[in-house]
Every structure is written in structure tokens, then in C-alpha cells.
Design a binder for this molecule. Structure first.
Ligand code: GDP
Length: 286
């Protein structure tokens, strides 16, 4: 399956992010726990320069818990400060403030040596589209947040959300663009719905998902769509079985595989197939 991404106005976005970087101490990067590397954009390393960094493993409710733990270990081993969160329920958010303090310890100590006390850490949330940046900002800032208003030197009407005495967040997240070196990472992004479905063949995508599920999570299709029996069938035959199980029929009684493809992808994306992780950390993958 051939997935292409056309960068369009990326240069402008990159420039804007570079400007915002000048205002902050800490980059809070959101990734999707179902494909933590696939949903990252490695350009952030260059863009963030020497800023303190934190990774939030978001949508952890949709991902395999065992795999979540492996990813936490992986990022920790890489020297990242990582927190596993579910921005929809707020799970894990409490751990963020203490982790911010840890991630910015050097800056806080440097301030202290210079006699600057209690200057809040300023942070920016970044991530590719759909990883949950807005949901995170709303959940984390909650209703208690106070926008501190425009300040000199803050361009584009950016505002700071004061979360508490120690942390301020730029109210507009930095949007990174999906970047993938190989087709597998592209597929994973397409599975989670981070590549516009309009440029993809949904049926082909669903067939790829069936191949993956059958290999890594045997039984989930049978469980979700009673009456299906994936056995020796080809992915296309399985898609037809899903169509039958969901009564997606065309005139004349043939299976509506296009509709079944949409159902399968929706079910996967919303967690109705269960908690599924698409990629494991490099060391644990074998
Ligand atoms: P953004 O484009 O990065 O700002 O992403 P959004 O905040 O708009 O979130 C994209 C979608 O993911 C929305 O439908 C959110 O409700 C959903 N979402 C965000 N965080 C979570 C999470 O932790 N768990 C689940 N299940 N869904 C989430």
C-alpha cells in the first residue's frame, strides 16, 4: 500500500514553531500509545534544541497495558521523562507536575543560583494532528486555569495558561506533521486515523489491519464479530465475513466489503476491538 504525505506549508509551520521555542523552557510532546514512534516527528529533536523534554504516552486506554509499560521503560531508558496518560478521563495527569519539576530541575536550580525564585516553568505542547493536544490542554488546565493575557514579546496573540505557581502552558499547541520513514509506520498512522482517509483506500487499509490483527492479536475479530471464523481464510474473505456478521449487504445479497472496512476501522480506532498496540519498542519487538 502506498501512502504519500505532501508537506504543503510545512516550512511556515516550522518557522512558527522555532519562534515559539524561544519563549519556553520545556517541550511536552504527545505521542499515541498505540504507535509511539510512528506518531512522533523526529524533527522535534532539532526544533527543540536544548530545551527540557517530556513525552506523554497518550490514549494509553486504547493501547495494550503490557506494551504501555514496555514503552514507558523504553522512553525512560532513552533519558526521557515520560508519563502515561488518558486525557479523556484524566488518568495520569496528576503525575505531570512533579515530572515537569524533574525534567526542569537544571533550569530551576540555575534560577535559584541567580537569585530568581519561583519563576514558573513555561511549556509548549507539541505533537502531530489527532494525538490529543487540545484534549490534553483542556483536561490538564481544566476550569481552574487562568489565561494570563498577552505579554510583550509574545507574538500572534499567544496566551499563557497558568496552571499553578510553577507551570505555565502556551495555549496553542505546536502542530508537528506526520513523518514516516517506512510504509509500516505510515500504515500504523493510517490505522489510528491520523492520515486523512480520503487519500487512502479504506478497503485496502482494512485488509492490512486484518493481517496485523490475525498475527498479533488472534481471536479479536472472532470476538467482536460473532460468526466469523478467520482460520485459513484470506484477509478479503475475512472482511466479507465481517460484512455478513454486520449484515452489510449489497442489493442481491453480496457482501458490502467497503462498509465492513469502515466498521472494522472505526471499531479499532475507538477501542471496541480491545486494547491494541501496533508497534513494540525496538528492543522488545523481536
Ligand atoms: P489534537 O489534534 O492533537 O489537538 O487532538 P484532539 O485533542 O482534537 O484529539 C483527537 C481525538 O482523540 C479526539 O476525538 C479526542 O477525544 C481523542 N482523545 C484525546 N485523548 C484521548 C485519550 O487519552 N484517550 C482516548 N480514547 N481518546 C482521546
Amino acid at each position: 500500500m502506498n501512502i504519500q504525505w505532501y508537506p504543503g506549508h510545512m516550512t511556515k509551520a516550522k518557522r512558527a514553531m522555532k519562534e515559539d521555542m524561544k519563549l519556553i523552557d520545556l517541550v511536552i510532546e504527545l505521542v499515541d500509545a498505540r504507535t509511539p514512534l510512528g506518531s512522533r516527528n523526529p524533527d522535534i529533536d532539532e526544533l527543540a534544541g536544548g530545551k527540557a523534554r517530556m513525552v506523554l504516552l497518550n490514549k494509553s486506554d486504547l493501547a495494550d497495558e503490557k506494551a504501555n509499560e514496555e514503552w514507558v521503560r523504553y522512553f525512560t531508558d532513552q533519558g526521557c521523562h515520560v508519563v502515561k496518560v488518558n486525557c479523556k478521563t484524566g488518568n495520569g495527569l496528576k503525575q505531570i507536575s512533579p515530572t515537569v519539576q524533574e525534567a526542569c530541575r537544571e533550569k530551576i536550580e540555575r534560577d535559584r543560583r541567580r537569585g530568581i525564585l519561583n519563576r514558573p516553568v513555561r511549556a509548549m505542547v507539541v505533537g502531530i494532528p489527532n494525538v490529543g493536544k487540545s484534549t490534553f490542554i483542556n483536561a490538564f488546565a481544566g476550569r481552574a486555569c487562568a489565561k494570563t493575557g498577552n505579554r510583550p514579546g509574545v507574538t500572534k496573540g499567544n496566551q499563557w495558561i497558568r496552571l499553578n505557581k510553577t507551570l505555565e502552558l502556551l495555549d496553542t499547541p505546536g502542530i508537528l506533521w506526520p513523518k514516516f520513514e517506512d510504509q509500516k509506520a505510515g500504515l500504523n498512522l493510517a490505522f489510528i486515523g491520523s492520515i486523512n482517509d480520503e487519500i487512502l483506500d479504506k478497503e485496502e487499509l482494512a485488509l492490512e489491519l486484518i493481517r496485523f490483527l490475525r498475527g498479533r492479536y488472534p481471536g479479536v475479530i472472532e470476538k467482536r464479530y460473532p460468526g466469523t471464523e478467520t482460520g485459513e481464510d484470506s484477509p478479503f474473505q475475512i472482511l466479507e465475513q465481517i460484512a455478513q456478521a454486520r449484515s452489510c449487504l449489497l442489493k442481491g445479497g453480496a457482501s458490502d466489503s467497503a462498509k465492513a472496512a469502515s466498521i472494522l476501522l472505526d471499531d479499532f480506532r475507538s477501542g471496541r476491538l480491545g486494547r491494541i498496540t501496533l508497534e513494540l519498542p525496538p528492543a522488545a519487538a523481536g
